[in-house]
Write a protein that binds this ligand. Structure first.
Ligand SMILES: CC(C)(COP(=O)(O)OP(=O)(O)OC[C@H]1O[C@@H](n2cnc3c(N)ncnc32)[C@H](O)[C@@H]1OP(=O)(O)O)[C@@H](O)C(=O)NCCC(=O)NCCS
Length: 177
């Protein structure tokens, strides 16, 4: 059974565990331990999540499969890639959407994506976007299924490595009114 709720400060240990361990599971086989641990050291310490949980522009949802923590979603409101600022649109970023491998293909990612889409609709954002490694085919297929398209290139910094083979994918949202 799947359970999802929006994280609050009392969920900090679970969130920290999910963020660090899903990131290690996904990227150590590809980028190696050194770069991944440097990224975690720089971006995924307890203080980062304490601050983020108090930031009204940031929200997290955590997912449990059979009561086991299995993944999470992090969104950031009004985060716009520099080159799109001139568009004057309201952008909502999916900054992280990560599940452990044991929980893939169970539609849990789809449920988390639906939450992001619902927030975008409720809060009148024009564009939902994310950065993705251009060779992360499972994720790209998943985003395409939800109507995201590549709109440009992106740079991701992993430790001291500048990863340039990254895409920005986006979905323009219909306005209700
Ligand atoms: C990307 C991710 C969130 C998808 O979540 P998921 O719960 O496994 O995906 P779902 O079960 O909701 O799949 C929905 C649809 O997406 C597509 N899809 C998902 N995974 C896929 C894969 N491995 N290969 C091809 N298509 C895939 C399919 O169309 C699927 O529908 P179907 O199962 O009916 O064919 C998940 O694979 C994940 O966390 N991966 C590791 C972390 C990661 O790379 N995150 C993204 C960083 S940008």
């Amino acid at each position: 059974m799947l359970t999802i709720w929006q994280a609050t400060p009392k969920d900090l240990p679970t969130l920290l565990y999910l963020a660090q361990e899903t990131f290690r599971e996904k990227w150590i086989p590809i980028d190696g331990k050194e770069l991944v641990e440097a990224y975690i050291q720089q971006n995924m310490q307890i203080s980062h999540f304490q601050n983020a949980l108090l930031n009204p522009d940031i929200s997290f949802w955590i997912a449990f499969w059979e009561e086991k923590p299995c993944g999470y979603l992090k969104i950031i409101r009004n985060a716009i890639p520099d080159k799109y600022i001139h568009l004057g649109k309201n952008f909502l970023q999916i900054e992280k959407l990560y599940l452990f491998a044991f929980a893939h293909r169970l539609k849990i990612g789809s449920e988390l994506m639906k939450i992001a889409l619902q927030v975008a609709q409720n809060e009148n954002f024009d564009v939902l976007w994310l950065g993705v490694w251009s060779k992360n085919e499972q994720a790209i297929r998943f985003y395409e299924k939800f109507g995201f398209q590549k709109i440009g290139d992106w740079i991701f910094i992993m430790g001291d490595k500048i990863c340039e083979d990254e895409w920005i994918m986006a979905k323009v949202l219909p306005r209700l009114q």
